[in-house]
Design a protein around this ligand. Structure first.
Ligand code: EPZ
Length: 430
């Protein structure tokens, strides 16, 4: 297994291009199942999760071709054409779903267009139990019959789906996406109340509109969808990755650097910018980039609570903890979205951080410095928080289980090295 070696202590200075958003790309790829015509997606990141979704769609019968072979410039993302004209299977098998929970996003589109779908239940996950009950209840409200059998979700709607009012008892990104896609092909009007408002949902809604869907309230927590009997092909460009953006903002701030993030959008990371203002990090925006610069001296510890968008993203919680580990004073970091998302804490502690977890909150007492150590983590964002800690720490850090990073960070070592970081991938012999 590959590892990443970091020799810390160098401030990051330079420019980093921000790629297309993984969590926008995955539902957009699933949306290709809604139409017999090709969906062209531009600015797709080259990541393990994108390849897993492509494999899943491929086994459903979707043909995927590189739409602009030879034209894709370094850092500008891939352009793929996805055509779901001939679907050969409506089953999403366990072997693919267990690799990536976002596989469950094929459920809504397949039931809506073909009247049936069988998707393996995703099971638990390193960061929490992550049930899919809201996806299933929503589909039932749209008239689907849903059963659980032999570890699979079996959904049927032989006469098609019917629009309905769906009130989500709590905010779910995935359930909002699945039902938004399903409702686009349901008969009549669907109203999604207490819908998630993440930029990835706005991106999906805009793509669906380009495919012929009629959606009001885009960007709000009340989406009104008037279903169409069919959707057509379209071309859509994936939004920049706000979690990649926030991660590099944190790396720049932690190392006392000065970094320009090209293609990043400030309105996607406003909650982080507010924390930075209190902590002592300057953020400025130009037409095509965000620049992050740390003011002189240590940062000031700041409390953070994760919330659905536009609140502070749970996918940036591990990274802000690595940042606050060396701030002056204490920070209380509270996780409200997932019940088990502090796996990075013991690893940060091994690097010299002073962190105590009390239930859903972690009390971080800032220390003047971290020291390098061999570390590992069990999910993507936890792993990248250890990279940030390694960039700040004195000495060498080795991050194990790099495959987690490869799920969500494209060319991580290359982007950081270009800003002066001493970071390299140690390839395994096998
Ligand atoms: C999406 O996951 C993201 N994944 C996650 O990013 C992100 O952490 C999460 O949203 C929250 O922002 C993708 O977009 C592919 P949820 P999702 O449904 O849709 C509970 C990363 O690192 N819930 O909003 O699965 C659930 O257990 C990943 O890139 C139910 O109880 O998240 C959680 O506690 C990790 N029942 C909360 O809601 C349901 O039916 C929010 O989950 C669905 C969810």
């Amino acid at each position: 297994m590959d590892r990443i070696l970091i020799r810390g202590g160098t401030p990051l200075t330079g420019t980093i291009p921000i790629g297309g958003a993984k969590n926008a790309a995955l539902p957009l790829m699933a949306a290709s199942l809604l139409t017999a015509e090709p969906l062209v997606l531009a600015n797709l990141p080259d990541l393990a999760d994108i390849r897993t979704m492509a494999n899943l769609l491929g086994q459903h019968g979707v043909t995927i071709t590189n739409a602009e072979a030879g034209e894709a410039r370094h850092g500008s993302g891939q352009v793929l054409e996805l055509s779901a004209r001939h679907i050969t299977s409506t089953t999403a098998p366990y072997d693919l779903v267990r690799k990536m929970r976002a596989s469950v996003l094929v459920l809504g589109p397949l039931v809506a267009r073909f009247g049936r779908c069988r998707v393996s239940l995703p099971g638990g996950c390193a960061i929490g139990t992550r049930p899919v009950d809201l996806h299933l209840k929503g589909l039932e409200r749209l008239g689907a019959e849903v059963e659980l059998s032999e570890g699979y979700i079996e959904a049927r709607a032989p006469k098609g789906l019917r629009g309905a009012e769906i009130v989500f008892p709590s905010v779910s990104v995935g359930a909002t996406e699945n039902l938004l896609m399903a409702a686009s092909l349901a008969e009549g009007e669907t109203v999604l109340i207490n819908a998630a408002r993440e930029p990835e949902i706005t991106d999906l809604a805009q793509c669906l509109v380009a495919m012929g869907a009629d959606i009001d309230g885009i960007g709000s927590d009340r989406l009104v969808i008037r279903g169409a009997s069919s959707l057509h092909g379209a071309r859509h460009t994936v939004i920049p990755d706000r979690i990649e953006t926030g991660t590099y903002m944190m790396a720049a701030a932690a190392t006392g650097g000065d970094v320009r993030l090209v293609g990043a959008k400030l309105d996607h990371v406003e909650a982080l910018v507010r924390v930075f203002e209190t902590a002592g990090v300057c953020v400025s925006e130009t037409a095509d980039a965000i620049t992050v610069r740390r003011r002189n001296g240590r940062l000031t510890g700041t409390d953070v609570m994760t919330e659905p968008f536009p609140g502070f993203a749970t996918d940036l919680q591990a990274q802000i903890m690595a940042l606050m580990a060396t701030a002056e004073g204490a920070s209380m970091i509270t996780e409200t979205i997932f019940e088990n998302r502090f796996m990075h804490v013991p690893e940060l502690v091994r690097m010299g951080a002073n962190i105590n977890v009390h239930g859903a909150s972690a009390l971080v007492r800032g220390v003047p410095r971290l020291t390098g150590a061999p570390v590992m983590a069990t999910d993507l964002r936890a792993s990248v928080s250890l990279v940030i800690a390694g960039l700040v720490a004195g000495g060498e850090t080795i991050v194990n289980r790099v495959y987690h990073l490869d799920r969500g960070y494209e060319r991580l070592e290359e982007k950081l090295s270009a800003c002066g970081a001493r970071i390299e991938r140690l390839r395994s012999a096998a």
